[in-house]
Design a protein around this ligand. Structure first.
Ligand code: SF4
Length: 362
């Protein structure tokens, strides 16, 4: 039975178990709820890159920092379709489209994204979007277009979140997840380790996710990839042991969830990844880029799958395919809402420094 009343103390006790006991427990839970030889493969597509107004300290797409990523405007529907077909032919069951926006705004660009959702759903692939905060009506429009999942990460514990981001509040993250829950779109929400947070913060983030009812259907666990020019450029990379502990703990407290190995996989050995799969990870991002950070080559992934006897999960194995309603038949119309998402605006020293450095560099 899935529990929704996890406490931080309980989660810390799991995280800090002797590693072999932790692995054994996580692998047992994994086998009780999933086929341990199946891994869901997603392709992440950056449909609008860079120029983001937010100040997330880990992100090279924030306009205020000086990084060498190449920005691009919203891709066209035909470009997205071509990329989705490529992803499908290389074994992905899901396309996750990411746009560097603070929140979704009704209008032409969102209409285009809705058309992208319709197009990919018609290719019989799961479609996920990560577009920032959404209102209930916008979530319903995405659902109507055939969206399978919406990603909105909590990033860290509520306490540590304030040390990384000042332009939006944790409660808005939760409200967006809540808005998505008012539809039949599944929720994908996880976080990043290696941003300088404590183990307590990692447990705090897992409490926030595991006490959601229902729990998110997907939980991506990212290891920070420090990018030059961002406030977190000097963070030390996390060790594989921390990653394994985080994956195993996530698996135990969220038994039904698909736990996804996300950013940071290029720094992991094949043996390290295998241990993560054993500890309960059952989803990866494929493709040579994760929005803007590097990712292992698809062929390398498929070779690793072969070595480990893993098989890519077919689309809609966990939940049936949503129906697509065409734009003309749509029941939910744009409301032109202007929601007041919060902007706490507190000072984060290292974010300020990175912004100043960027100004000097420009
Ligand atoms: S993580 Fe998303 S919201 Fe934050 S700066 Fe990057 S693109 Fe913007």
């Amino acid at each position: 039975m899935t529990r929704h009343d996890w406490t931080k103390e309980e989660i810390l006790a799991i995280y800090n178990k002797p590693l072999m006991s932790l692995l054994y427990e996580a692998a047992t839970v994994h086998r009780q709820h999933h086929d341990p030889n199946k891994v869901q493969v997603s392709t992440l597509l950056s449909i609008k890159t860079g120029g983001c107004p937010e100040d997330c300290g880990y992100c090279p797409q924030a306009a205020r920092y000086h990084t060498d990523i190449e920005g691009n405007d919203l891709m066209s529907v035909s470009q997205v379709k071509a990329q989705a077909l490529r992803a499908k032919s290389s074994g992905s069951s899901r396309v996750c489209m990411g746009a560097a926006w603070r929140n979704v705004k009704d209008g032409e660009e969102f209409d285009n994204v809705l058309e992208m959702v319709r197009t990919i759903n018609k290719l019989d692939m799961e479609v996920c979007c990560t577009l920032g905060m959404v209102t209930e009506n916008q979530a319903k429009r995405l659902a109507e277009a055939g969206l399978y999942a919406y990603n909105h990460n909590l990033d860290s514990s509520e306490e540590y979140y304030k040390e990384v981001i000042s332009t939006r509040g944790y409660e808005d993250r939760l409200e967006t997840i809540d808005n998505v829950r008012k539809t039949n779109v599944t929720v994908c929400s996880g976080g990043i380790i290696g941003m300088g947070e404590s183990i307590d913060d990692r447990a705090g983030m897992l409490v926030a996710l595991a006490t959601l009812n229902p729990q998110p259907e997907s939980v991506p666990i990212n290891a920070l990839v420090p990018v030059e020019g961002t406030p977190l450029e000097e963070q030390q990379k996390v060790s594989i042991w921390e990653m394994i502990r985080m994956v195993a703990t996530t698996r135990i407290v969220m038994p039904e969830t698909q736990v996804r190995l996300s950013a940071g996989r290029t720094d992991m050995s094949k043996e390290g990844q295998a241990m993560c799969f054993f500890a309960g990870a059952n989803s990866i991002f494929a493709g040579d880029k994760l929005l803007t950070t590097p990712n292992p080559d698809v062929n390398e992934d498929m070779e690793l799958f072969k070595t480990l006897g893993l098989e890519p999960q077919k689309p809609f194995e966990k939940k049936s395919q949503p129906k697509t309603v065409e734009a003309e038949q749509s029941f939910y119309k744009p409301l032109g809402e202007k929601p007041k998402w919060s902007r706490p605006g507190h000072k984060i020293e290292r974010n300020e420094e990175a912004k100043l450095k960027a100004k000097v560099a420009k």
